[in-house]
Design a binder for this molecule. Sequence first.
Ligand SMILES: [Zn+2]
Length: 445
Amino acid sequence: MSSSAAESYFTQVQFQAKAGLCARLAVYKLDSDERREEGPGAFVLRHRGHAASISHDDHPPINPHEREEDTPTGQSELLSQRPVQNGSASEKTKGSLEGEEEQRGEEERSADEGFMGMTPLLQAHHAMERMEEFVHKVSTHTHHAMERMEEFVHKMWEGRWRVIPHDVLPDWLKDNDYLLHGHRPPMPSFRACFKSIFRIHTETGNIWTHLLGCLFFLGLGIVYMFRPNMSFVAPLQEKVAIGMFFLGAILCLSFSWLFHTVYCHSEGVSRVFSKLDYSGIAFLIVGSFVPWLYYSFYCSPQPCFIYLLVVCILGISAIIVSQCDFFATPQYRGVRAGVFVGLGLSGVVPTLHFVISEGLLRATTMGQMGWLLLMAALYITGACLYAARIPERFFPGKCDIWFHSHQLFHILVLAGAFVHFHGVSNLQEFRYTAGGGCAEYEGPL
Ligand SMILES: [Zn+2]
């Protein structure tokens, strides 16, 4: 079912509501006209199709409120005045209807007194009450119709959507124009967005790479945190330091797969989750720095603290910048990649400090510099593919579903995070083997 079907349904509901209101107003007007023509001789209370003729002579002018109270709520129809049908009533009203002049006089008198003895003010009040009743009924019907329409729209989006080409996407969903087909349409239902995880489209790979990665790091983190304390030199400090890496990785991957899942919900939701996604990258980078700086500068707490402070300030700056709306636009793709690569490359300064202090040999063996460089290479390659949109740039339309740049970037981020974890766990093992003392070692380690 398309969005135009939903619109036509909504238009139909609106039309029906308007038509109902017009019809009711017309009936009301006709009734009023009839009353005026018939005069105040008699009126008929119509109730469930039974017409009960009541002589005006038998009853004093009737208060409309009293008439409504006599009629069961929800069952009464419009009270209307009709020419009297049965014989006895006709006879009783006969006198009052004799002669045109008398009738005219009656009408003039009735105009002065108001309809059925009611003053014009009371008539107006009565009419207002009727109007309010109509409006209430119409609004209730419209409300129910809207509820039914919402249900219908939700059901429609839950399973009956089809992937659409890039050129019919709304502007806020247009991100990579080298992915020509296989896009999800806008789906204003979170349930539909989450169900789309199990469908094949341009975001399927992006979602699953980081959803599975998130579960992997969650499991690994739990196992690592529950390792016996005897495996650590300073269990609490070390678990906090390594825990920061796991926290950063889990936040980054969670925000990422959530963003890719609800990206097509609406412009507002997409904007909020894209900011979370970018913030998650900053969390991962800062979280990765913490255990590496902790172990690399284990015996030099002052530089360790300064480097941690600097990377935290840079990380917070990156998060602040990523809250700007322009940051998520396709034109700023290169800037985004640059901001996060720059944040990662701020690690060059402590790395040089470490290599100069330790020497290249010790840095590459005990300092796990090889793994660190591999991690940097994976992240930077991922960022370059992301910024340049390789390979889909060279094969537009061929990488719509699998192996487009964003998927490769996701896989490289996962690989980089795992390599970093491997390097950090080697640093931890080295520290455990060396013991907590620093006297026998020269330099930061
Ligand atoms: Zn992503």
